[in-house]
Structures are given as structure tokens and as C-alpha cells.
Design a protein around this ligand. Sequence first.
Ligand SMILES: [Zn+2]
Length: 249
Amino acid sequence: MTKEKEQLSHHAQKRTFRLLPLRARCAEDLYPDPHNAETLARLDSVSIQECGEPLVDLRVACPDIVFASDELYLLRAGAAQRLTLAQERLNAATPGCRIRVGDAFRSSEKQARFYRIACMAVRVLRPYWSRSLIREAAARFVASPFANTPAPHLTGGAVDVRIVNAERNPIWMGPRHVGFQRFDCPELDAGARSNRDLLRIAMESGGFSNYPEEWWHWSYGDSGWALRTGAECAIYGAASQGAHQTNLP
Ligand SMILES: [Zn+2]
């Protein structure tokens, strides 16, 4: 394993440990409200009418967005345009604030690596859980790359975002502990609530929809988006990095 991959794995592992649903005893415990849960069965019921949009380099497509690292960030062309709209809305509400992208399109290899780490983390914390429960718990935070429905970040329609201020410092979104990652976490303080609402208003104005388990995860065009918004179908299936454009069409 290269040093870069080791660092990536370490980062993903730390993040995953923070997010695990520690109190679950069975699959039902993972989804206290089954009507809101994005179970694989519900996601698989969504049809995908692939629209064929290419992946584009977000640094080119969204020059006002900032990024968590120097790596290449790709998103479908339509989703990238919507991210620009979200940034414009944010700027209108709080001049100087920017959307910062932490993750966008993932290759299937990267998704599989994250998913393996998530499964390992659950197994370490809950060694007595069944294999299927371990996989289900892990998939709640890192979508399985082996599911029929492509993982959101594989489609190029999902993006992990937060807001940074004019000095490029992240604004307060609440504690990073288990339980606070849900967007509508009831224990959230007023400041974090208000800042998450700022993010919601910006992202929804671009047409993105939030995965309720993670305040930072938003998508457009994928199966989760279709399920949450009642769209007739998803328009993004799994994307291919090989075809990405460096310039907008
Ligand atoms: Zn995400």
C-alpha cells in the first residue's frame, strides 16, 4: 500500500469510526423509520434512464467553489452547473462564503476501498454481529459498490460539501460525534442548525437533495435523489472516469 493510500485509509477509517451506529442490535435498529430509510430494496425499485452527461472537472466548471485537497474532483456536467447555482445562492445570502467540496465522483476502486474499511470498522466494534448486519451498517455510511443500484458517488451526481467563510475556515456544523451526522439531529445547537439550513437553502436551490443520514452528502440525478424527490426516474447510473471532459461543452 502506498503512503498516499495509507493516509487515505487512515482518514476514512477515523471518519467511519465516528459515524457508526453503535447501538444497533438488528437491521431494524439501523432504520428506526423504515419509510425514510434508503434501503437497497427501495433504491433498486428506482429505474435509471441514463442521460449520458459527461463528468467534468469541477475546478473548471465551478471556479467559485473551493476544494478540500489538490486531487481531481469530477461531477456530471448537469450536477456541476447546479453546484454553481448553489454557490450563487449561498453568496447572495452570505457574501464571501464558499461551498467547499470534500468528495465528488469516486472510481469503483475507491468506493470499494472505503466500503471495505467501513465493514472492517463495524466488525471491530461489533464482532458478534452477523455478516449481513455488518454489511448493512457499513452501507448506511459508505454505499456498497456491489449493490445493483450504483453507489451515489459512482454516478457523478453526489457531492460532499460544507461551507467555508471568507477566510476559508469551515463554519460550525455541529459536533462530529456519532448521532450528530443526521441533518435534522434534534440535539443540534442553534448555531449549527442555522448553518446547516444555510447549506440546505443553497443546495436545494440548485436542485440537490440531502441524504438525511449525512448532512454533508447531497446529490442530483442518482437513485437516492429520485427516491427522495419523487422524480420519475434517476438520470445518472454509474459514470466512467475515462470519459471526463476538462472543459465544459
Ligand atoms: Zn457522500
